[in-house]
Design a protein around this ligand. Structure first.
Ligand SMILES: *Cc1c(COP(=O)(O)O)cnc(C)c1O
Length: 394
């Protein structure tokens, strides 16, 4: 590899750019995970994560692991073999979560979707009303489908479940939305939430999270799927003192403590507004280029990631290759059936106006170099929005 000066632009929708403050925090000496100092650290990060999930009622769990592991944790702690789960084919991550459920021996009803829109509250309500015998034990929704740039309306889906008066548990994946977009665990009545460290939380990969409601904690007492590593019970017991039943990722928890401080300093509402504003600027750029978005429903635009379609017959990965070779920037690839059809611009986590404009300039130059037919002026449109009254963020 030739020498690259300056910083790599890691503009995939996770892992994201890790702030220097977090990297420095992680570089502190590892301590005894059974010693007194550790207990304080554990308690602090568990309490801090509750604020990020906007929950006070249930419990938060921190696992050394990835988002995928915490998909499994959400299922094995609350369900029993053969239980029926309602899931929705809205994209690649929804499909992968379905696969986890199937491998665990759950029965999945996978509602078809077009990979350009989210889960509709109406479809949830209709299906649950049909299920008068309450065979469906859980409804699982990906809040921000990272493969398509579509965000499902979790609060409205909760209301749909309530209108159907159905007792199913509500499981939500916020791996690429937590700390980017508003997520209200208690208010939206979510039973288990799944998250990871490497997206909105500004950390390297390596931690996974669950937030569990009192109803989910009660379900865990009678759930019969086999569980060991992901079992909430020993976690709950040891977390009370800030400790863990097996060796936690001590240095990642230093990083988490620092990231939580950063989120608190900025304020969650400001964090969400910043993401929404950068997402809007990105969409204006795509519109100026004349390239369609992966998401066709404006109410469901993601604040973390924008998927951009290239014209039929062209390879979206060619744009990504040029961006990496010429400008040292990584863009997200098309996943699953979107392979080659879209590239994805991550605009989440530790991010500001000029990092966004650098990103969009890299995309615009790469579109030209990869000979993707488009109009110029995407960066200019984003600049106009960011500097103008509508986009000033004030
Ligand atoms: C990244 C991602 C995952 C998978 O997380 P891993 O940490 O890679 O296991 C799951 N769901 C969504 C929505 C994601 O964006």
């Amino acid at each position: 590899m030739a020498h690259r000066s300056g910083r790599h632009f890691l503009q995939i929708p996770g892992p994201t750019n890790v702030p220097d403050r977090v990297l420095r925090a992680i570089a502190q000496p590892t301590i005894d995970h059974r010693g007194p100092e550790f207990g304080l650290l554990g308690k602090e990060v568990l309490a801090g994560m509750k604020k990020v999930f906007q929950t006070s009622a249930g419990a938060v769990f921190i696992f050394p692991g990835s988002g995928t592991g915490c998909w499994e944790a959400a299922l094995v702690n609350t369900l029993s073999p053969g239980d029926k789960v309602l899931m929705f084919d809205i994209g690649h991550f929804a499909t992968l979560w379905r696969d986890v459920a199937l491998r665990l021996g759950l029965q999945v009803e996978f509602v078809p979707g077009d990979w350009q829109s989210g889960v509709t509250p109406e479809s949830v309500e209709a299906r649950l009303r049909e299920d008068s015998g309450h065979q469906i034990k859980a409804v699982a929704v990906v809040h921000n489908e990272t493969s398509t740039g579509v965000t499902s309306r979790v609060g409205e889906i909760r209301k749909a479940i309530d209108r159907a008066a159905h007792p199913a548990l509500f499981l939500v994946d916020t791996v690429s939305s937590l700390a980017c977009m508003d997520y209200r665990h208690d208010e939206w009545g979510v039973d288990v939430c799944v998250a990871g460290s490497q997206k909105g939380l500004m950390l390297p990969p390596g931690l996974g999270f669950n937030a569990a409601s009192p109803k989910a904690l009660a379900a865990a007492k009678s759930a019969k799927l086999p569980r060991s590593y992901w079992d909430w019970a020993p976690m709950l017991r040891d977390n009370a003192g800030g400790y863990f039943p097996y060796t936690p990722s001590t240095n990642m928890l230093y990083g988490l403590r620092e990231a939580l401080s950063m989120l608190q300093e900025e304020g969650l509402p400001q964090v969400f507004a910043r993401h929404a504003r950068h997402a809007e600027a990105t969409r204006r750029a795509a519109q100026a280029w004349g390239l369609p978005l992966g998401c066709r429903v404006p109410a469901e635009y993601s604040s973390s990631v924008t998927a951009v379609r290239v014209p039929e017959g062209l390879d979206a990965d060619a744009v990504r290759k040029v961006a990496l070779d010429r400008f040292d920037m990584s863009l997200g690839t098309g996943l699953g059936k979107l392979k080659g059809k879209v590239f994805r611009i991550g605009h989440l986590a530790d991010f500001n106006d000029l990092t966004l404009l650098g990103t969009l300039a890299g995309v615009e130059m790469s579109l030209a170099l990869a000979k993707v037919p488009h109009q110029q002026g995407g960066v200019a449109a984003a600049m106009q929005f960011l500097a103008g009254a509508a986009g000033s963020g004030k």
